[in-house]
Write a protein that binds this ligand. Structure first.
Ligand code: GLV
Length: 316
């Protein structure tokens, strides 16, 4: 059997796979595999281990007549046409759980960093614009005892709620339905408009699906409080970015902390980056050495499972 891996990954993380298949790998770590190379490689592949910058659509599947399993090194799978894979009997796996706490840590860092203006503070020190101590110099927003509204109380949303408990926050959440896990977290279920109107921090952690595309647009931003902060650690297209730029520029909301964007990498001339109370990170949610290694291992195990006739340990 033959599998193709679309980025350079540590070989010790791929051991489960190397015992069952021959591995072809794109040798770059930071440069995506060109489309033409991927098409050529999948032609003879039984399995594909990919990351979230690679798209698995019908046209790629048409070029992969032997493909039996795809495994993404990510929890999100909006880059994979799962229905098209199912139609062809191709198993799809992803990497939840191993990144939950790490991603919640980053989301919390983004929330604190935005509320307390860490990036502007660092820039002032480095650029030498730090003047005298002043009563309202770089004054931000309190986090403790405020209301957090979590859109999507899945694994990562729950881990963020646990962090919010430590900050004595009131916790609201919304999603398709109330969840039993909310009760021990003291999280209250409400509608999206209520969450937007009552939250000091609106945290987006919902998966990207057709029904969540641009979940937050100008009408929703208008529901938010003028001192509220929007945090997006889910997927960029949950937010209508043009509407967000307008809301921030008009000071209809106070600030935004973003780890994900409609288009990644975010172009450096993007208007979001000219706004003073925006913290923008380059999609770092799960980016620790331990977690990225665990994700690579799990993605390889999912693929090895499927290719040896077992159910994947984390199927989509
Ligand atoms: C990262 O965004 C992931 O889906 O793992």
């Amino acid at each position: 059997m033959r599998v193709y891996v679309t980025r350079r990954l540590p070989s010790d993380c791929l051991q489960s796979l190397s015992t069952v298949a021959e591995i072809g790998m794109w040798r770059e770590e930071a440069v995506p595999v060109p489309d033409a190379v991927l098409r050529e490689e999948v032609h003879s592949a039984d399995g594909l281990l990919l990351i979230l910058t690679d798209r698995v659509d019908r046209s790629l599947l048409d070029a992969a007549p032997h493909l039996r399993a795809v495994s993404t090194m990510s929890v999100g799978y909006d880059h994979i046409d799962v229905a098209a894979c199912r139609e062809r009997g191709i198993a799809v796996g992803h990497t939840p759980d191993v990144l939950t706490e790490t991603t919640a840590d980053l989301c919390w860092a983004l929330l604190l960093g935005t509320a307390r203006r860490l990036y502007q503070g660092q820039r002032a020190v480095v650029e030498g614009t730090w003047g005298s101590w002043a009563p309202f110099y770089l004054a931000g927003q309190d986090v403790h005892h405020k209301t957090i509204g979590i859109v999507g109380l899945g694994r990562i949303g729950q881990a963020v709620a646990r962090r919010a408990q430590g900050f004595s926050m009131r916790i609201l959440y919304t999603g398709p339905r109330p969840r039993s896990e909310a009760e021990p977290l003291g999280a209250l279920y409400c509608s999206l408009p209520t969450l937007l109107a009552e939250s000091d921090f609106v945290v987006l952690l919902a998966p990207l699906r057709p029904e969540t595309h641009h979940l937050i647009g100008s009408a929703e931003l208008a529901h938010m409080r003028s001192d509220a902060i929007l945090i997006n650690a889910g997927r960029g297209a949950l937010v209508d970015e043009a509407a967000l730029v307008d809301a921030l520029a008009m000071e209809r909301i106070w600030g935004a902390g973003l780890d994900v964007y409609e288009r990644e990498p975010l172009p450096p001339d993007h208007p979001l980056l000219r706004l003073p109370r925006v913290v923008a990170l380059p999609h770092l949610g799960s980016a620790t050495v331990e977690t990225r290694r665990a994700m690579a291992r799990l993605a390889a195990e999912n693929l090895a499972d499927a290719l040896t006739g077992r159910p994947m340990r984390h199927p989509v």
